[in-house]
Design a protein. Structure first.
Lengths: 348, 295
């Protein structure tokens, strides 16, 4: 293990580039070595946020001339694959802001690019690092619910109630609407708990914008478990992401949100008495040195960055690697395809 | 405890453990009488200052509280989530125009004079100038309500703390104090870093509102360091999240504050019913607020 800080390059001077870049400034074993942003009008903005590192216009310049150990790709979804292709041969570790790509073929190509290489790769599914959702995963691994039977999950936000502009709402750049944007967070959690998707049946609606504003799906996983998923960014009442999941199993039911999990056990066991049990975020240990975003779950951002930096140093696989992200991309692809054809989409 | 603050933000801006709870509070906010009753209950518990993220739905409540003079008013500015939403809906110019339209002619003139001297920074989207622009627009619109205190929105504060942005803090605190007569405090989940940087920069921060509770909830980087910090800065620290997201009973929350000699604490509007039920109209503070009639 080297003792010098990991030199990180941030690709993209937009909001997520700033969030990740700012957070990385609080780590003693990582340093923001450069920004790459093709729009030179944003260079002054980046510098004014307190970054005194080189700001260049291309990833190639950042990787080959400035020199970095890792890159954070925080650009529109359709650019993720070409950016990865431009820097992968340099052997840099790669963090991609979610989703992995704008469509499934590009995501598969990106997984092929990193496979068998000695690099760390991760995708920014930050909610998967929130302590309550991590605890749910631990409890499922411990068999607290026994065999899983079915699940229900939702993800709502009040964001789109009229036609919008910007790359989020341009399918050519984003690959879709609420599904890749907010829905992918929920789909990552569903994949984290239920595994690889095998069949998808979905309905999609575009009430306000030119992309999908809401979606409902039934997902069937390799284990045979079926999970219903309800996603909308046009749901009044939720300035903060309202995200929840219910999992039913042979030994009980688990209801999870960002703040707490409620566990009902049919019988005492696995360290829990019979009946309802509550585990709140405040009951969980989270080794977090800096909370970059108190309202949105800053613990998740910190733990996610910690996981990636550690992976760069140790060779361990980050929790939200490209492989897990590919499963999400399959779900998104399956939902679009099923909605278009009216038939289930299946995966081998 | 010597001082109790009442904090409030738009109902939609909270995190909730269930959708049913979210909708219950959204509906409670629509009932002006219910909100005023909660403010009155908080006042009877000793609250002397209303710390509010200002939104259209809360502006009326703030106006009523101000008109009655029962609590000091300390807004949290800018309302970052409203701004980000406007930014995606209307763009930078549209979001700015929306705020300019809420200003009175005199404030608009003063703001225009200030902005013309910062054109370069505005065009270059300078972080500090942009923050000051937002702060000035929102504060100008609030001038008619009157300011007794002021806090910078935590989302801005945390980003600037992460990058150790000295210029941001020096200019925001200094320029806002000069223009509006009130030096802003900070609300942060990273008080240890905030205090360290303030000491390094010799920066006077009148108040830092920080999570402080018996469960260590949101006390970063760890509860022990936050306890040490508060012990060294009792007069300028305000404890918040005192029930650890409603998981501590009011009595336990207050006992912890007393054990650590906390002088100022903040009670969120959603915590008021449980505290009023536990303590009734007895003030939690050592000296009750001066006024005795409610709004």
């Amino acid at each position: 293990m080297t003792s010098s800080p990991l030199r990180v390059g941030i690709v993209g001077g937009g909001r997520m580039g700033m969030v990740h870049g700012s957070l990385l400034r609080t780590f003693s074993d990582a340093a923001v070595a450069a920004f790459a942003e093709p729009n030179t009008q944003l260079h002054g903005q980046t510098r004014s946020q307190g970054f005194d590192c080189p700001i260049v216009t291309s990833v190639d310049e950042m990787v080959r001339q400035v020199g970095v150990d890792a890159v954070f790709i925080c650009t529109p979804n359709s650019t993720h694959r070409p950016i990865l292709e431009s820097c992968i041969e340099s052997g840099v570790h790669v963090f991609v802001e979610k989703p992995l790509a704008d469509d499934l073929p590009n995501a598969e190509r990106m997984v092929d690019l990193v496979r068998d290489r000695q690099i760390a790769h991760a995708v920014g599914y930050v909610y998967g690092y929130l302590p309550v959702f991590l605890r749910i995963r631990e409890l499922l691994d411990q068999g607290v619910l026994g065999t899983l039977h079915r699940g229900r999950a939702h993800c709502y936000m009040s964001e789109v109630f009229a036609s919008r502009t910007g790359w989020y709402y341009d399918r050519r750049q984003s690959g879709g609407g609420v599904l890749p944007n907010l829905g992918s967070h929920l789909l990552y959690l569903v994949g984290m708990y239920f595994g690889d998707v095998r069949e998808v049946q979905a309905k999609i609606q575009s009430q306000f914008s030119s992309v999908d504003d809401a979606a409902f799906a039934l997902l069937t996983f390799a284990s045979g478990v079926t999970v219903s998923v309800d996603v909308s960014w046009s749901m009044p009442g939720s300035q903060m992401l309202d995200l929840g999941i219910t999992i039913e199993g042979e030994r009980g039911i688990l209801v999870g949100s960002k703040e707490e999990l409620l566990l009902y056990r049919h019988e005492a066991g696995a360290g829990f008495p019979q009946g309802w049990n509550r585990v709140h975020l405040s009951d969980l240990d989270a080794h977090v040195d800096f909370d970059i975003s108190p309202h949105i779950g800053g613990e998740g951002f910190y733990l996610q960055a910690r996981d990636f930096i550690d992976a760069c140093r140790t060779g361990a696989r980050p929790r939200s690697s490209f492989y897990e992200a590919l499963n999400v991309q399959r779900m998104i692809h399956g939902m679009y395809q099923s909605a278009a054809t009216g038939a289930p989409t299946t995966f081998a | 405890m010597q001082e109790l603050l009442l904090t409030i933000k738009p109902a939609e801006a909270y995190n909730y453990s269930s959708r049913a709870e979210r909708l219950r509070w959204i509906m409670a906010y629509r009932d002006r009488g219910r909100l005023i009753a909660l403010v009155e209950e908080a006042r009877s518990l000793g609250a002397s200052e209303l710390v509010a993220v200002v939104s259209p739905e809360l502006r009326e409540l703030i106006g009523i509280v101000r008109a009655h003079g029962s609590l000091r008013i300390a807004p949290v500015v800018p309302n970052m989530f409203a701004f980000i939403r406007d930014l995606t809906e209307f763009g930078m110019a549209g979001a700015g125009l929306k705020r300019v339209r809420s200003m009175r002619p005199r404030d608009l003139t003063l703001f225009g004079m200030w902005a013309t001297t910062r054109v370069r920074g505005i065009l270059q989207r300078d972080f500090t100038v942009g923050a000051l622009l937002l702060l000035r627009m929102e504060l100008a619109a609030l001038r008619k309500i009157g300011l007794d205190g002021l806090y910078i929105h935590p989302q801005l504060t945390e980003i600037a703390l992460a990058t150790s942005h000295r210029e941001f803090f020096e200019r925001c605190l200094g320029e806002i104090e000069t223009a509006f007569g009130v030096r802003p405090g900070l609300i942060t989940n990273n008080p240890v870093r905030a205090r360290a940087l303030a000491a390094e920069w010799h920066l006077d921060i009148p108040r830092i509102v920080m999570p402080f509770n018996a469960k260590g909830y949101k006390m970063f980087p760890d509860p022990h360091r936050c306890e040490e910090l508060l012990a060294h800065h009792r007069d300028t620290s305000v404890a918040t999240e005192i029930t650890a997201d409603h998981t501590l009973a009011p009595e336990a929350a207050v006992d912890y504050l007393a054990a650590h000699g906390v002088r100022s604490a903040a009670l969120d509007i959603r915590e008021v019913p449980a505290f009023f039920k536990a303590f009734g109209p007895r003030a939690l503070t050592q000296s009750a607020p001066a006024r005795t009639s409610g709004p």
